[in-house]
Write a protein that binds this ligand. Structure first.
Ligand code: HEM
Length: 131
């Protein structure tokens, strides 16, 4: 059955996948995202997605979403962006964020795709030290 297949794909994805409602509230988080941010699903489901980012995005994220809904002008949707995530232990890490908008049973949700860049960034820094 396709719903079970989809669930298996999301559960076993290498990248993190988070869904939020139109106000930024986390509705689901897959194991890869839990591992990256160091949270159990029950720690973050129902919370604002801004609990996973450091300032200044933390304070601005609600406005990012509402501005997009007001203007229809995307800044991440359709392109992606490199942003900084905040782990439970307070440390930060770089990742590539992709966001897609989904109309689902009469309402809007957003899917966030999280590709960790910690290793790439560390390698880049190391290279820079040599030059
Ligand atoms: C917009 C940061 C996670 C959904 C943005 C913008 C930034 C940002 C910088 C655009 C600001 C602008 O230039 O106007 C972050 C950071 C995250 C994060 C640091 C770290 C956890 C997420 C996740 C989702 C999401 C997981 C969805 C599940 C959105 C939406 C917008 C947005 C819907 C508005 C649409 C757009 O600008 O394309 N976010 N975000 N964000 N973000 Fe996030």
């Amino acid at each position: 059955e396709s719903a079970a297949l989809l669930k298996a794909i999301i559960e076993n994805a290498i990248d993190g996948i988070i869904t939020i409602d139109e106000r930024g509230k986390i509705e689901s988080i897959n194991p890869a995202a839990c591992k990256l941010f160091q949270y159990a699903p029950e720690d973050v489901i129902g919370k604002n997605v801004n609990c996973l980012m450091p300032p200044p995005d933390k304070e601005r994220h609600d406005e990012y979403i509402s501005r997009y809904q007001r203007t229809g002008e995307p800044h991440i949707i359709g392109t992606g962006r490199e942003v900084t995530g905040l782990k439970k232990d307070g440390s930060v890490f770089p990742f590539r964020l992709g966001v897609s908008e989904v109309q689902y049973s009469g309402r809007k949700i957003y899917n966030g795709f999280i590709h960790d860049l910690s290793r790439e960034k560390a390698a880049e820094e190391k290279l820079r030290d040599y030059t």
